[in-house]
Every structure is written in structure tokens, then in C-alpha cells.
Design a protein around this ligand. Structure first.
Ligand SMILES: Nc1ncnc2c1ncn2[C@@H]1O[C@H](COP(=O)(O)OP(=O)(O)OP(=O)(O)O)[C@@H](O)[C@H]1O
Ligand SMILES: [Mg+2]
Length: 465
């Protein structure tokens, strides 16, 4: 039994040598392998298989966004985070802990508790492994719904999962494009390997090249060590290129080369490295139109769209609306909402009649809002942010007011978030992509952030969202 425990490996990411030493002493029954940063951890994970990992949070490891990317890439490992008490409320730590970690501890390390937690994490990881689809499915939700449109989508996903050809997903904002990409990955033979999502519209154009392809030490000022690019980190798995229409022109050529040759060359290197990834791209704008306008390379479009897939708008999914509304009610109902029993008839009617321009993401946001706003036992239409029919007669006035209110909310939230777009987006409960579209629509700018002007049609689509 002891021998079996001695064989349990844990990957510890800890930038401080003294803490690393303390961890080795604390985890006496474990085979502790420590590295000091996420790049080394990524290398270690591509060489060896771990099912349990631990990191001691430290600013030197990177920002929450870097940690999140790393955790998503390596979601098949059960992660335990160790935080200084003071850092628990900062920089998105809470979201990271609740969505991506098995558990967390605070400093100073308590050897007994930590050993216990890791043991549990190890046991759970083994249990998941025994269930073929479960491990890789953690953190990813199932596509719910029985409508004809969703049944058809599920069928297409199943077919796409059987082959490795590139997939191009189109769907309006918030329809579930990323969910569809995850589903293809989970059903494919690549399940258990990394699923690496990249939002081409959210990375600063000046950084995309190095983020995607990585760099060698000395490639440019500030490149003090080698960095594995996102494409390389998806080796063996699936690369999800979200909002591919936002990829700058010069990068389109590099991506095309990668798709043709299946190799990448890190910045500052002359050596091409073979990479085996399945590419799934997504866009909320019709790429054919971007091609026709000369904004997207036709050759890249043909490479990417071998298997085109459309995610239906929520308004095309019939009865699924109620099912999804109930599902999100249960998902987000917290202790505070214990008195709430569900939706009133009027609320269900309003849900059925609404056009849902922001699709499933809008539904989630409205349900979350209702859980906070509702005062009685049943959710009313106004809790969901729907206006009474009388008010709707003044539609033009309403649009104007809504636009002004939206702009004001954006301005205030940006100010409160020190003009940090990620933070502001989180506070407003929208994705960063949506946040950028809103900023562009209202001609607002976040500080220190270069951003190509987004197409007006994208903003228009979300005008009421
Ligand atoms: N059929 C579904 N069942 C359950 N959840 C869903 C379904 N469709 C979408 N969702 C949820 O809706 C949210 C939005 O989905 P997702 O991020 O995949 O959409 P998207 O099309 O990529 O959106 P965006 O255009 O904003 O990037 C996610 O929380 C996702 O889990
Ligand atoms: Mg998306």
C-alpha cells in the first residue's frame, strides 16, 4: 500500500525555491516533481503523464489569464492551487478556483491537509479515467436540447469527430460555437489530449504571432527564455481558433503554411517542428463575405472549411428554450435563491416570445439577473429584464434609451475596472469578444489596448443585447 502511494507522482509548479523545498518535505509520501514556471510544466506534461498537479500562486508565474490558458490546456490533470490569503480575491482568482481547480489551500502549507487533498484528487482522477468520456469532459458542458436543429447539429458533430479534417463553425454570437468545438474534441480519438482555445479577436495583434507560434530565447528584446506557442501546446489534441475572421492578414499566411505543412517555426528559430493538431475554427461573421470583401484569404478559407458546421440560433430551437431556461435556473440558483421555485407562466411566455439576439449567452445572463432581481417565489418577466407590453409601444424611444443606458453602463464599468477590459467584461457578465464589440459599437476605448476596428455588422447584431 505504502509502495503504491510512493509511486504517486505530483507535478508541483512553484517559482520559489524555499517553497519547493517545503513542499517536498510536506508531501513525503509523494513523488514530487517540481518546476518553476508554466513553460517547464508544459514540457514536463508533454514528456510524462500526470493525473494530479499543484501550483503555488505567485505573480512570477503570470497573470490569471496565463494560468487559465495553462489549466484549460491541461484540463485532464486534477489541479490544486495554493494561494496566499490576500490573493484569493484578486485578479480573477475566485473564478479560476471555482472553474478550473479540484481544490485550493492557503499558505502556510498544512502538510496533513494537503496530503489528504492530493490523495482525494488522485482517487477522483482515477475514477474519472475509468469512465471513458468523463475525464476530458470535466469543465465542459453537454449540448442540451431535443429540437430538430440541435439533433441535426449533434449528428454533424458526431460525423466530424470521426475524422481529422478541419472544421469551420459558423453561428451567431452566443449560440454555442465553442461548446460545439469541445463536443467534437470530446467525441474524437483525441479525447484526453489538450483542447486549446484561442480567441483570435482578443489577443493584441502584436502578440498573436508569438502566442501562436512561440519563440526562442533572444528572438526579441524581453524574450529571456524559450516559450512554447499555443499551437505546439495543443500537440496531439485540438486547436480551437475562435473568431478566426479577426486574424490579421499576415498571420493568415502563417496559419495557412502551418495547415499545409503541419509544422511550426518558433520566432527566432530556423527549425521547423512537426505538430499534430486537429484544427477547428469558428466565426460569427460569414467568412465567405469576408473573402468576397478581400478581408480573409480565400485559400485559407478553403483549407479551414472542409467540414462546415452551423450552430442554430436559439430562436430556431423551439421547446429547447424552456429546457435551457430550467437548466440555467438550476445551474445558477445559489443559496440566496433558495426561496425561488422557478418561472412564472408570464416569464415562460416572455422567454418563448423573445427573439434572443444574444442567443444562449443572453439567456444565461437574463436568468442570472433574474436570480438576483426576483423578489417573490417565481421569476417574473421584468426580473428577466423584459419590459411590459405598454412600454414596448414606445420602441424607438426605448432603443434610444437602451443605447444610452448601455453606453453609460459600459463607461462606468470600465472606470470601476481601471479600464481593464477582462475585468469589466467579467463584471458585466459578457465574453471579452462581446465586450470588444460593445466598445467598438459605442466608440469607447480601453487604455493601453490596440484594437482593430471591428465591423459594424457585428455590433449591429448585438444592438439589443
Ligand atoms: N445547447 C446548449 N446546452 C447547454 N449550454 C449551452 C448550449 N449552447 C450554448 N450553451 C452555453 O452558452 C454559453 C455560450 O456558448 P459558447 O461560448 O460556446 O458560444 P459562442 O457561440 O462561442 O459565443 P460567442 O460568440 O459569445 O463567443 C456557454 O456557457 C455554453 O456552455
Ligand atoms: Mg465563442
Amino acid at each position: 500500500m505504502l509502495e503504491e502511494r510512493m509511486n504517486r507522482k505530483v507535478l508541483c509548479i512553484v517559482s520559489d525555491d524555499t517553497q519547493a523545498q517545503l513542499l517536498r518535505q510536506a508531501l513525503i509520501a509523494w513523488d514530487v516533481r517540481s518546476v518553476s514556471n508554466f513553460d517547464d510544466a508544459q514540457r514536463e506534461l508533454s514528456d510524462e503523464r500526470y493525473i494530479v498537479g499543484l501550483f503555488v500562486h505567485d505573480r512570477r508565474l503570470g497573470m490569471s489569464a496565463d494560468i487559465k490558458t495553462f489549466l484549460i490546456t491541461n484540463h485532464t490533470v486534477e489541479w490544486v492551487g495554493v494561494y496566499a490569503e490576500a490573493h484569493l480575491n484578486k485578479d480573477g482568482s475566485q473564478e479560476l478556483i471555482s472553474e478550473h481547480l479540484y481544490d485550493y489551500h492557503t499558505l502556510p502549507i498544512d502538510p496533513v491537509r494537503l496530503t489528504y487533498t492530493l490523495g482525494h484528487a488522485y482517487g477522483r482522477a482515477q475514477l474519472y479515467r475509468a469512465l471513458p468520456q468523463a475525464t476530458a469532459g470535466r469543465g465542459m458542458s453537454a449540448i442540451l436540447g431535443h429540437s430538430a436543429a440541435i439533433t441535426r447539429l449533434r449528428d454533424h458533430i458526431g460525423r466530424a469527430a470521426r475524422v481529422t479534417a478541419p472544421v469551420l463553425i459558423w453561428g451567431e454570437s452566443g449560440t454555442g460555437k465553442e461548446l460545439a468545438a469541445q463536443a467534437i474534441h470530446l467525441k474524437s480519438s483525441r479525447v484526453g489530449q489538450p483542447f486549446v482555445p484561442i480567441n483570435c479577436g482578443a489577443i493584441a495583434p502584436s502578440l498573436i504571432q508569438s502566442e501562436l507560434f512561440g519563440y526562442e530565447r533572444g528572438a526579441f528584446t524581453g524574450a529571456t527564455r524559450d516559450k512554447v506557442g499555443l499551437i505546439e501546446s495543443a500537440n496531439g489534441g485540438t486547436l480551437f481558433l475562435d473568431e478566426i475572421g479577426d486574424l490579421p492578414n499576415e498571420l493568415q499566411a502563417n496559419l495557412l503554411r502551418f495547415l499545409q505543412e503541419k509544422t511550426i517555426t518558433r520566432l527566432g528559430s530556423t527549425c521547423a517542428v512537426p505538430v499534430d493538431v486537429r484544427v477547428i475554427a469558428a466565426s460569427h461573421v460569414k467568412l465567405e463575405q469576408a473573402v468576397a470583401k478581400g478581408m480573409f484569404r480565400q485559400d485559407l478559407y478553403y483549407r479551414l472549411s472542409v467540414l462546415p458546421l452551423t450552430v442554430p440560433a436559439l430562436r430556431e430551437r423551439g421547446d429547447d428554450l424552456t429546457l435551457l431556461a430550467e437548466h440555467f435556473f438550476v445551474t445558477y440558483a445559489s443559496d440566496k435563491a433558495f426561496r425561488l421555485k422557478g418561472y412564472s407562466e408570464a416569464a415562460l411566455k416572455a422567454i418563448a416570445e423573445h427573439d434572443w439576439p444574444g442567443n444562449v449567452r443572453e439567456l444565461i445572463n437574463r436568468v442570472r439577473r433574474a436570480l438576483v432581481m426576483a423578489e417573490g417565489r417565481l421569476i417574473r418577466p421584468e426580473d428577466l429584464g423584459f419590459l411590459s407590453p405598454a412600454a414596448l409601444t414606445h420602441e424607438a424611444e426605448l432603443d434610444e434609451t437602451r443605447l444610452r443606458a448601455e453606453q453609460q453602463a459600459l463607461r462606468e464599468c470600465l472606470e470601476r475596472s481601471s479600464r481593464n477590459v477582462s475585468l469589466a467584461a467579467r463584471r458585466l457578465g459578457v465574453s471579452r469578444t462581446t465586450m470588444y464589440r460593445l466598445l467598438s459599437k459605442h466608440n469607447l476605448h480601453a487604455a493601453g489596448r490596440e484594437r482593430p476596428k471591428l465591423r459594424q455588422s457585428a455590433a449591429d447584431e448585438e444592438a439589443n443585447y
